[in-house]
Write a protein that binds this ligand. Structure first.
Ligand SMILES: *Cc1c(COP(=O)(O)O)cnc(C)c1O
Length: 535
């Protein structure tokens, strides 16, 4: 979808179109753009009975036989619902809105806009006097069409991750699913948890999915289920988010850091063998930036030594490795539903995947205090459940997840092309797997300076799109390898990791999400190039 533009249609726009009055050709074009996913159309729930009433009355006045009017209007409504979604306006200060309104119907329509807080919205109406309570612009159909087709990338800044664009697109389903949980009230381990676990297991192809409180909890519970504890060693890369090593240390075990590959930033499988000792009890590769590591090579060396492999797939849900889904490419896969991850909820969350029945059972028990039956604790566990409301959010998000993953892969490939054109070094992807670009990361030598310039906004003569400097948010994943972190320095083992140390100095991540438009990508890459990247 181009950008994130939303139109809320007034009653008269719909009815006039049905009756062939006024701007019906333009409105038809707008409806077509919605069918082509170029714009998002909404109706206020309050408008629906009014549309029905006015349309029936008008058709009757035009001499349509009364027994045909119902069928006619029902058919038109059904067609309409193919390209509009319904906005409700519950939950807001209703009395406040109506006590100051001049026109209650207009007020109700305008109030429903508040559900789309922060989006680019206009109301489309044939009524020049429409009272939008000063909240959003009111356009007639011709003005609205011009607004949709205008490009205004230049305005404002580009979000690093655009959760709002996604939410605006799927709002009715999110609200419906959350409301369902509020009605049944099973906030802990409600029916949505099981539904989600089944859907996610099917999606990955793993036999079992155990949802948990976070990605960190997923890693912790998996290691507990595998019996990791004091005195043992776990092999993992140092170039990752701290949680990967944190859970090892929490259990009293020692992280043994193995260096990463300079191009993919994932663990270098050829260096694992040398790190294995009698004490090694597991390997945790990380699918960094959303791209699985060399799982065949890692699994092979692990199998030789009888070691389980836990994929830290916290950034890679939706990715594939040689046709298999991330989370289902080793003994266990752990993912995170932190809001900014490829599949994110509206809070903390995570999941464990495995096809090992005994391990799945152990994880399920550890998740609820090591409980095998109510108040019978056969193991040491944690309070690590996922919330039902968050599962409900994910069920709504899953409906378009495949589309989002396709978008991410497409946007990532476009970024690659643009960076290559500008000669900017980037993280590489292997052809036998897909990465989902949890981050889009490039490598530069003047990172601090570049980051500062991008935040402040850069004007470049080769870059005419934004009239004002474009401010680009960036992030660094990650600035310090874990074996150099104050708390870990003395706790870890492993050989030198010069590749990780060098990468930590040079990586910088750019805005990336499934709703990033091509012209925004061009603006970003041109701006980065124009900011004087030292390669
Ligand atoms: C996000 C992340 C985690 C932790 O996930 P949470 O849900 O935030 O606990 C662990 N490992 C990696 C690589 C991550 O990116």
């Amino acid at each position: 979808m181009r950008g994130d533009k939303h139109l809320l249609l007034d009653v008269n726009v719909i009815v006039d179109t049905w009756l062939g009055l006024g701007s019906e050709e333009i409105t038809e074009k707008i409806l077509d753009l919605s069918r082509a996913d170029q714009v998002k159309l909404w109706l206020s729930a309050s408008s629906i009975p009014t549309i029905e009433y006015v349309a029936k009355r008008s058709f009757k006045q035009r001499g349509v036989p009364p027994d045909e009017v119902q069928t006619l209007v029902s058919g038109l409504m059904t067609d309409l619902f193919q390209c509009v979604d319904i906005l409700t306006n519950y939950g807001f200060d209703q009395k406040g809105i109506y006590s100051s309104a001049k026109d209650f119907e207009d007020a109700q329509i305008a109030a429903s806009i508040r559900s789309l807080h922060g989006a680019s919205v206009c109301i489309v109406s044939e009524d020049e006097e429409f009272d939008a309570l000063g909240e959003v612009p009111v356009f007639n159909p011709a003005q609205a069409l011009a607004w949709i087709t205008s490009s205004d990338t230049a305005k404002g800044s580009i979000p690093f991750i655009d959760l709002a664009a996604q939410q605006h697109r799927i709002l009715p389903n999110i609200e419906k699913n959350i409301a369902t949980v509020l009605r049944h009230g099973q906030y802990i381990m409600g029916p949505e948890i099981k539904q989600l676990e089944e859907k996610l297991a099917t999606y990955t192809g793993a036999q079992h999915c155990i949802t948990v409180a976070s990605g960190t909890e997923a890693l912790l519970i998996s290691l507990m289920a595998l019996g990791i504890g004091p005195g043992v060693e776990v092999i993992t890369p140092p170039f990752t988010f701290v949680a990967t090593a944190e859970v090892i240390v929490l259990l009293g075990a020692t992280p043994v850091f193995v260096d990463v590959e300079p191009d993919t930033c994932n663990i270098d499988p050829s260096k694992i063998k040398a790190a294995i000792t009698d004490k090694t009890k597991a390997i945790i590769p990380v699918s960094l930036y959303g791209q699985p590591a060399d799982m065949d090579e890692i699994n092979a060396v692990a199998a030789k030594h009888g070691l389980p492999v836990i994929e830290d797939a916290c950034q890679s849900f939706g990715a594939t490795y040689k046709g298999r889904k991330s989370c289902n490419v080793s003994t266990v896969g752990c993912t995170s539903f932190f809001p900014s991850k490829p599949l994110g909820c509206y809070g903390d969350g995570g999941a464990i995947f495995t096809s090992d029945d005994a391990l799945a059972q152990a994880c399920r028990e550890i998740r609820v205090h090591g409980q095998s039956k109510r108040y019978v604790h056969t193991r040491i566990g944690v309070g690590g459940r996922f919330d039902t409301i968050q599962a409900a959010v994910l069920l709504a998000k899953l409906e378009q997840f495949e589309w989002e993953i396709k978008q991410r892969i497409k946007i990532g490939a476009q970024y690659n092309q643009l960076m290559d054109q500008h000669g900017i070094q980037r993280v590489q992807q292997r052809p036998d797997r897909t990465g989902v670009f949890a981050q889009y990361t490039v490598l530069v030598d003047n990172r601090d300076e570049l980051q500062k310039r991008l935040t402040e906004g850069v004007s470049s003569s080769s870059f005419t799109l934004p009239p004002s400097p474009l401010s680009i948010p960036t992030a660094v994943h990650y600035p310090i390898p874990l074996n150099e972190q104050p708390a870990y320095k003395t706790l870890c083992k492993g050989a030198e990791t010069p590749v990780a140390a060098a990468l930590a100095q040079r990586v910088i991540s750019l805005p990336m999400h499934a709703y990033l438009a091509t012209d925004q990508q061009i603006a970003i890459s041109t701006t980065v190039a124009g900011a004087g990247v030292i390669k």
